[in-house]
Every structure is written in structure tokens, then in C-alpha cells.
Design a protein around this ligand. Structure first.
Ligand code: ZN
Length: 499
């Protein structure tokens, strides 16, 4: 290792350490921080973030990157050293393209936009939110121009969350998915069949829910000696390093699924973070491949495993042990209840079948805004007509329509990863099923270790070595495609709804 590369690694790990310490402050803020401490905490976090920005984009990093790139130019471009340098170069270039003044303006604006959005949503008043959304769009367009792109302005935003993935690629996958989903949902609706969800509603003691979710996430492999689970308002997973990955859950005494499936979801994220290659800790390789790949892991454990017939059969004795009310419900009823499809206005409450259409709708609106084909003032009409076309329902108010998500207070480009996660999860699952022969039997037996080991070897241990779509192709041998997801949803819901 050259002395420049050694210095580069030292500097990079310093940045990682400060970022991870900032994450711990953030975790504390969202869990146990006293209410009156928020302004001091904001200052602390902002100071650490500005130190990270200075170190990441400063002259020392610039010089070390240039020196290392020259020194290692003849080495294998897919070897560890050049891969680390490539990831660090990408981050450096993106970080230096945006002037500090724009980053600050965006940050200040997002605080204002958030406060306005909270009030506008309360009053269901889109006109109140429209001026700040116009400003968000203007700032985003300035950012996109500075970052640069080849074909579509959206490409510049995707590069942040899904490196190497383009708007055209996402659009192609979503176009494959859209007619299949619209058809499935309308067939379910026309069938007039419904499922009984009463077993999920009742009075579920919170301490028992906590004990049960702890059991369930531990059983699938979440390591509590390097993690913990705490209550919060909006569940999330946060990593301070692969050796400290924490999950949070929201408990609802009246609705069983809220905490249970949020725990499975966040544990899926956490298993990925706990499985990142520890030998590369403090380097660019010890990071997840993308937001979409991350979401593929959470969705896989939450839905493909957690909402399977086999899992419902396996877990039922535990449910009954903690909550005797489940004695009145058999595993088949539970399976149907946790897979109820109901077109609804709110994305975060949507089921597995309708969820992706919510994401597609937002992606289409964002794309049209960035292309200049839609005015901010016309968003409510565009939203409502898409809801009618895709789900056959019209939101009674903007609060239940275009004002429901917090995302547009910070910018655009964050939604596609949710559906890409579902697409990737099924593509990976099909390959996993071939390799492990019969994962359904494993789930039925409560043997989750072979599934986790497969994910560790194929996905987690790769860290950020490959760009997300390349990683999927490398593992599965096929290019990104929505077909496995479409087949999975059609098979599952045709049987449940008898269509
Ligand atoms: Zn997630």
C-alpha cells in the first residue's frame, strides 16, 4: 500500500467515524432525547455535518485522490483499491459540484418547507404549500444543472440513491409493472371478494408485542449483541457501523400488524447493515449498494417471508402464546388477513399489491415536473386523475392526496427506490429459491439461517462494490425486470381472491 493510499484510508475512516457519531445523535433525537434539547442538538449535528463536508471535499482529499488514482492506474479496475477510489471519487465530485451556499439555501428552505407542509396538510390547503414547492423545484433544478446529466434531469437525482441507474431504466421497469398492477387491482375489486382481518384488531398488550417482535427479529437473525430495538413515532433502521445497527418500531395496542411487520421490515434493513463486510469498515466498500437494494432486503423479510403462508403457519404457536385471541384464528386465516388488498389513498398504509402504484404515480409526477411538462399548480388535478385511473378512487382532499408525503419538502427523486426494492427482492428471491431448492419448507421449519447466509454471501458482503443493477444481474444472471414481481403478485392474489 502506498503512503498516499494509507493517508487516504486514514482520512476516509475519520470521515466515516464522524458520520457514524452524527448518526448516533440522530438516533437519540428520534428516540430518547428530551423535548427541550432540540435546538442544541441541531447545532451539534450541523457542526459535525459541516466538518464531514469540509473533510470530504477539501484539498487534502482532492490531492490524495489524484495521487492514488495515478499510482494505481495500472491495477485491476475491479480490485479493492480502485473500487474504493472510484466510489470516493464519485462522492468527491458530487460534493464539490454544489457550492456551500446552495447546500445551505436548500437546507434552510427544507426546514421552512417542512413547517409549511405540516400546516398545509392539516388544513388540506395545497395553495398554501404551492409557493414553497415551486421554490423546492427551482432549487432542485439548479442542483441538477450543477451536477449535470446525460439524458434526463432525473438522472442527476438518481445518481445519489441508485448509482449508475438512469431515468430511462426506471421508466422501463415501471412501464412493465404498471398495466399488470392496474389489471390485478381491478380484478380483485371486481371479484367482490374480501378477506376477514378481524384477528389483527383487538387489544394487544404493548409489552407482549415488544417481546414478540423481539423474538421474531432475533429468530430471522438480527443480532441484539450489536443492535437494539426501541419505540419511535416513524419506524426506521440506523447504522453506526456493522457492529451497531439499531431498529425502531411503533406500537399500536389496537392493531397487531403495525409493530410486527414494521419490525420485520426494519430488521430486514438491519440484517443488511449487520452483514456489510466488516473487513472493509471505515472504507467506501463497507456501504450498502443503494437505497433500492436496501429496500429489497426489508421487503423480502417483511413480505416474501413474513407474509407467506409458511411463515404464518410457523409463527402461529408464538402468536397464540403471547396473545390467546389468536386461538380463534387458524394460520390460513392469518395468512389471508395479513395479505388483505384494499385500494387506499395513503401510500404508507398500502398493501403489497397496491403499494407500487402509489410510487409509480409519484415518479410520473416528479418526472413531468422536472421535464417542465407539469406546473406545480396542476399537481392536485394530475394526482387525482391518476388515482382514479389506477385505483378507481378519488381522494376526498389534498391531505389524503398530493399533500400526504413529507418527501417534497426536501427535494425530489426519493420515491423510485421503494418499488425498485420490491422488483429486486423478487428477482433475488427467484434465484435464492433455485439455489436453496425449497425456501418455503425452510420458512415452515423456522430455519432462517440458510436464507440469511445466501443473502450475506450474495448481497450483503458485496457492500458497494457493484452498482445496484449490475449487482442484481451478477447475482441472478438476468437484467433488471419486473416479471418476477408481477408473477409473484398475480399468483399470490389470484389464489387469495379466487380470481
Ligand atoms: Zn424501508
Amino acid at each position: 500500500m502506498s503512503s498516499s493510499f494509507s493517508d487516504f484510508k486514514t482520512l476516509y475512516s475519520k470521515i466515516v467515524n464522524i458520520s457514524e457519531a452524527t448518526s448516533l445523535l440522530f438516533w437519540d433525537q428520534l428516540t430518547y432525547m428530551p423535548e427541550g434539547s432540540s435546538s442544541a442538538r441541531a447545532e451539534q449535528a450541523a457542526t459535525l455535518q459541516s466538518i464531514v463536508h469540509e473533510l470530504s471535499t477539501g484539498n487534502e482529499m482532492k490531492d490524495l485522490l489524484s495521487k492514488c488514482e495515478a499510482e494505481y492506474a495500472s491495477e485491476d479496475e475491479n480490485g479493492d483499491t480502485r473500487t474504493m477510489l472510484r466510489i470516493a471519487r464519485r462522492d468527491f465530485d458530487r460534493g464539490t459540484k454544489l457550492p456551500a451556499s446552495l447546500v445551505e439555501e436548500k437546507s434552510r428552505h427544507s426546514t421552512l418547507a417542512y413547517n409549511t407542509w405540516v400546516k398545509a396538510r392539516e388544513r388540506s390547503d395545497f395553495d398554501m404549500f404551492a409557493p414553497v414547492l415551486k421554490k423546492t423545484l427551482e432549487l432542485t433544478m439548479r442542483e441538477i444543472d450543477l451536477l449535470g446529466y446525460k439524458d434526463h434531469p432525473y438522472d442527476a437525482l438518481l445518481e445519489e440513491s441508485e448509482p449508475g441507474v438512469t431515468h430511462a431504466q426506471v421508466k422501463a421497469v415501471f412501464s412493465e409493472l404498471k398495466p399488470a398492477l392496474i389489471s390485478l387491482i381491478s380484478r380483485i375489486k371486481e371479484s367482490g371478494n374480501s378477506v376477514d382481518v378481524s384477528c389483527l384488531h383487538g387489544d394487544f398488550d404493548l409489552d407482549k408485542q415488544r417481546a414478540l417482535t423481539t423474538f421474531a427479529v432475533k429468530e430471522i437473525g438480527y443480532n441484539f449483541s450489536m443492535g437494539r430495538q426501541d419505540p419511535t413515532v416513524h419506524p426506521f433502521c440506523i447504522s453506526m457501523s456493522p457492529q451497531d445497527v439499531r431498529i425502531t418500531t411503533r406500537y399500536d395496542a389496537a392493531y397487531f400488524s403495525a409493530a410486527f411487520y414494521a419490525s420485520m421490515h426494519e430488521a430486514g434493513h438491519a440484517l443488511y447493515e449487520q452483514g456489510l463486510p466488516l473487513q472493509y469498515a471505515g472504507t467506501p466498500l463497507c456501504k450498502a449498494a443503494s437505497s433500492g437494494v436496501h429496500e429489497s432486503q426489508s421487503r423480502m423479510w417483511e413480505n416474501i417471508v413474513g407474509r407467506s403462508r409458511e411463515y404464518c403457519t410457523h409463527i402461529m404457536p408464538r402468536f397464540r402464546e403471547y396473545f390467546p385471541s389468536f386461538s380463534n384464528c387458524d394460520p390460513e386465516e392469518l395468512y389471508r388477513a395479513v395479505n388483505c388488498v384494499k385500494p387506499s389513498f395513503i401510500r404508507v398504509e398500502a398493501d403489497e399489491a397496491t403499494y407500487n402504484l402509489h410510487v409509480l404515480l409519484r415518479f410520473e409526477i416528479e418526472s413531468a415536473l422536472l421535464e417542465g411538462n407539469l406546473d406545480v399548480d396542476d399537481i392536485p388535478d394530475a394526482w387525482d386523475s391518476a388515482m382514479e385511473e389506477y385505483f378507481g378512487i378519488t381522494p376526498p382532499s389534498d391531505a389524503e392526496g398530493c399533500l400526504q408525503d413529507v418527501h417534497w419538502t426536501g427535494g425530489f427523486g426519493g420515491f423510485p427506490c421503494y418499488t425498485l426494492g420490491n422488483v429486486i427482492s423478487l428477482q433475488l428471491w427467484d434465484k435464492l429459491s433455485m439455489d436453496l431448492t425449497d425456501p418455503k419448507q425452510l420458512i415452515l421449519n423456522g430455519e432462517f439461517a440458510p436464507i440469511l447466509t445466501w443473502l450475506r454471501e450474495n448481497v450483503h458482503s458485496q457492500g458497494m462494490r457493484y452498482q445496484p443493477f449490475d449487482l442484481v444481474e451478477k447475482i441472478t444472471g438476468t437484467k433488471i425486470t419486473a416479471k418476477p414481481l408481477i408473477d409473484y403478485l398475480n399468483n399470490k392474489y389470484s389464489e387469495i381472491y379466487g380470481i
